[in-house]
Design a protein around this ligand. Structure first.
Ligand SMILES: [Zn+2]
Length: 154
């Protein structure tokens, strides 16, 4: 689980870094096209032509790369994904999530093991779904349930 999460997030980080390099290259080699591209994004967000060009001029004077990364790609270069943090969080949550069903099988008398394991798995799925919905700011019971099902079947 942790290795899979590390690989997934590391490839996402590699993609983000490649996009940042591409954007730097475009700003150095095609500054006029980049200016027009950002002005176009500003116009699509409701600014007039003159205001859009003024905004882009000021953004370029302050932090051109940051402005392009934010507007075009939604990337903050100071907040890239961290594959180690994702791997550690995945291994901790997997261990905690697996502990409840394991205890439900080991602790009760043999005749109660199946029903307690069943209830413990449902409780663990509900808890992890609710937690992932809360952490993902998804909200709502259906979102939490679908998160739990997706997590279990990955
Ligand atoms: Zn660009």
């Amino acid at each position: 689980m942790a290795v899979g999460e590390y690989v997934s997030v590391a490839s996402q980080r590699d993609s983000e870094q490649a996009l940042i390099r591409l954007e730097k290259w475009e700003l150095e080699h095609e500054p006029d096209e980049e200016f027009d591209e950002l002005a176009s994004i500003c116009r699509q967000r409701g600014l007039s032509e003159a205001t859009a060009r003024q905004v882009v001029t000021e953004l370029h004077a302050h932090d051109a790369l940051g402005a392009h990364l934010d507007a075009e790609l939604g990337i903050d270069p100071d907040e890239l994904t961290n594959p180690w943090a994702a791997a550690i969080a995945s291994s901790i949550s997997f261990t905690i999530g697996a502990l409840l069903p394991v205890l439900a099988v080991l602790l009760p008398p043999p005749e109660w093991r199946i029903i307690t394991a069943f209830i413990a798995v449902l409780a663990a799925l509900g808890l992890t779904g609710w937690l992932s919905a809360k952490l993902g700011k998804c909200g709502g019971l259906s979102c939490g349930c679908s998160s739990a099902v997706r997590w279990r079947w990955q």
